[in-house]
Write a new protein. Structure first.
Length: 56
């Protein structure tokens, strides 16, 4: 395999690994954001319907 193709393939593989790592970061951020939205929603429900707070 010519040297240029080897270097190009390594560069492509490195870029793919970089993008996959970034995707995992974004997924983690999305999960954290989703969890915070759920907490905020429950808080709003408790404010408007205090019976919810007393239920198990």
């Amino acid at each position: 395999m010519p040297q240029a193709q080897v270097v190009g393939r390594r560069g492509t593989e490195a870029k793919l690994a970089e993008l996959e790592a970034r995707l995992e970061e974004i997924k983690a951020q999305a999960l954290a954001l989703e969890a915070s939205h759920k907490v905020a929603f429950v808080t709003v429900i408790k404010v408007f319907d205090p019976r919810v707070a007393s239920e198990p």
